[in-house]
Design a protein around this ligand. Structure first.
Ligand code: ZN
Ligand code: ZN
Length: 140
């Protein structure tokens, strides 16, 4: 869908880190929905973090409904991420209670300059890293 790491991205989902609410258009949707997801590119080995925030509280202004943030994780920084995902019993379950989900699902990476955009625009993507602090992973 979108090029966030290299010229020939081949992203596959690695983990659903967090999810709040019911997606727009689905039964039970109540204005707000957001999620944070982690993918890995088979071409370049980078990780891609996507955070989506939806709020349709104001029906007159569609342009304000959806916001996207993207980060890229260097292939060299993916080892620790893959290890955490490997230790998680359910990487695609946002409610999982393992340290991957507790650590990385609680927040998003620090937003760099201009990381807010729709997925259809091209802009430099800030880099993110995972750092383990006292056994609990966090974004750096
Ligand atoms: Zn790539
Ligand atoms: Zn987990």
């Amino acid at each position: 869908m979108v090029n966030r790491c290299c010229d020939r991205p081949a992203l596959s989902p690695l983990a659903r880190l967090a999810q709040r609410g019911v997606p727009h258009g689905n039964r039970g949707h109540d204005d707000a929905y957001d999620h944070t997801r982690l993918s890995r590119c088979a071409t370049c080995g980078s990780g891609v973090v996507e955070s989506h925030s939806h709020d349709c509280w104001d029906p007159s202004d569609h342009s304000s409904w959806d916001m996207y943030w993207w980060w890229r994780i260097d292939p060299a920084d993916m080892d620790v991420v893959l290890e955490l995902v490997g230790d998680c019993p359910a990487p695609l379950k946002p409610g999982c209670d393992c340290r991957l989900h507790r650590g990385l699902g609680a927040s998003t990476p620090p937003a760099g300059a201009l990381s807010r955009e729709t997925p259809y625009e091209k802009a430099p993507v800030p880099a993110a890293k995972v750092r383990i602090d006292d056994g609990i992973p966090g974004w750096a």
